[in-house]
Design a protein around this ligand. Structure first.
Ligand code: NAD
Ligand code: USQ
Length: 402
């Protein structure tokens, strides 16, 4: 069934291909974005490895390649509450997808500005959305992109359930009380902390307003192209490789393509969850098609398809591409080694057929990197944002303007 969908953060790495996929599936899509991701690139002196077109050119190219028109509004969802509320009142969407947050852990740990901006932006954006829907009394399904990182990475092999943990508490009289509680959060960065805080807001609005909310705890997304973004050069998706926004697998693939040693942090014993961007867009479509009922608790699904240890990924890519591996000091405050077992039964039951780390997909991402290798600024590759700067004596720099 065709739905009216607003995509907050629809210019971003996940939001753009999702918007195109949903439009191709016959949904009526409207993108909202304040272009802050592009502005942060300018602030950092970084850029997407792939040359991304302006929003105007992206939308024109989509229609020229046979796509249905997609609407666009430039609204800061965290700061312009009235603009967001009026748009929701006007469009009356069935679904709003919330991608519009500052999503890089290293950026969120970059001193005063990174921390305050990330909290104000992410919490403000999510709460403005929930308030607008509540005040308008519309029956809108909110689909939020959360993160696997809310569970923390101190795993010892316990299978991480989908959001809720069954606990049994002994009473005084030998009775046992049973509760389903939100899995205790254990964020590893200010960014991950905002996703933990989002969860509480969802719990409140689902209970108080009967709002229908799905929270997707997504793993690290890799790859860049989807069937839709491949249609035209102007539709190409962004590809982050810099030390703040580049994520580990895409960084390794791109480093291999440009002849840079693969930057393994510490021993590379960190195990993380992964999903290819093509599976991300399919998960979004499945989540939209299967909303919780009004009055249900928040529906939480783990949006990941496989887990890998960082050093194993480096070895695999070094074998495929003949790259060198460099063990560098870990700039983060994280467990050096962890196990990770995750249930993704929710999406499998809904029909997801996961793509796994097949050689063909690795090669495609490396080919995209090779094609645009001349755009790579090697000095942007190292991770310079550290988690422990505030533990050293230092100079506090004036706040950057937001
Ligand atoms: P991104 O930074 O590429 O995209 C986010 C988009 O939101 C950007 O286009 C940005 O301009 C926009 N935005 C941010 N704040 C806004 C505001 N206040 N008002 C309007 N627009 C705003 O990030 P992404 O990789 O596409 O991630 C999207 C979501 O998915 C994020 O919430 C992130 O936490 C989550 N996620 C991403 C990954 C990943 O590996 N990329 C993994 C798990 C979860
Ligand atoms: N790492 C390296 N070398 C690098 C970059 C990273 O060894 O060059 C390591 C990091 O130390 C970390 C792991 O790789 O242990 C993952 O780092 P990452 O930057 O790929 O991922 P992360 O910071 O966790 O954040 C990314 C997205 C975020 C999303 C999260 C999903 O930026 O938006 O929420 O993945 S998850 O990790 O499952 O929480």
């Amino acid at each position: 069934m065709s739905k009216k969908i607003i995509v907050l953060g629809g210019d971003g790495f996940c939001g753009w291909p999702t918007s195109l996929y949903l439009s191709a599936q016959g949904h009526d899509v409207h993108i909202v974005d304040n272009m802050s991701r592009r502005a942060i690139d300018e602030e950092l002196g970084a850029d997407s490895l792939t040359p991304i077109a302006s929003m105007e050119d992206r939308l024109t190219a989509w229609e020229e390649t046979g796509g249905a028109p997609i609407g666009f509004s430039n609204i800061d969802v965290a700061k312009d509450y009235a603009g967001l509320r009026d748009l929701i009142a006007q469009i009356k969407p069935d679904t709003v997808i919330q991608f519009a947050e500052q999503r890089a852990a290293p950026y969120s740990m970059k001193g005063e500005h990174g921390k305050t901006y990330t909290v104000n932006n992410n919490i403000g954006a999510t709460h403005n959305l929930l308030t607008a829907i509540s005040e308008l009394r519309q029956d809108v399904h909110v689909v939020h992109l959360g993160t696997m990182g809310v569970y923390g990475y101190d795993g010892d092999g316990l299978e991480i359930p989908e959001g809720y943990l069954k606990v049994y508490v002994p009473g005084d009289d030998r009775s046992i009380f049973q509760r389903d509680i939100l899995y205790p959060t254990n964020p590893g960065s200010v960014y991950h902390m905002t996703k933990s805080m989002d969860q509480l807001m969802f719990q409140f609005y689902a209970k108080n307003d009967g709002m229908r909310i799905t929270d997707l705890h997504q793993g690290i997304v890799w790859g860049t192209q989807t069937d839709e973004t491949r249609r035209d050069e102007r539709l190409i998706n962004r590809f982050d490789y810099d030390g703040d926004y580049g994520t580990v697998l895409n960084r390794f693939l791109m480093q291999a393509a440009v002849g840079h040693p693969l930057t393994v942090h510490g021993t590379g014993g960190q195990t993380r969850a992964f999903i290819h961007i093509q599976d991300t867009v399919q998960c979004l479509a499945l989540a939209i098609a299967n909303p919780p009922a009004r009055g249900d608790r928040v529906k939480i699904l783990n949006q990941m398809t496989e887990t890998h240890r960082v050093r194993d990924l480096a070895t695999m890519i070094a074998d495929v591409a003949g790259a060198q591996v460099a063990m560098v000091d870990n700039p983060r405050n994280e467990a050096a080694e962890n196990d990770l077992v995750v249930s993704n039964k929710g999406f499998i039951d809904l029909g997801l057929e996961p793509m796994t780390l097949a050689k063909g997909l690795l090669t495609e991402t490396m080919e995209v990197s090779q094609k645009y290798a001349d755009r790579c600024r090697m000095e942007m590759i190292p991770c310079v944002s550290t988690w422990t700067d505030n533990q050293k004596p230092g100079v506090v720099t004036p706040l950057a303007a937001e």
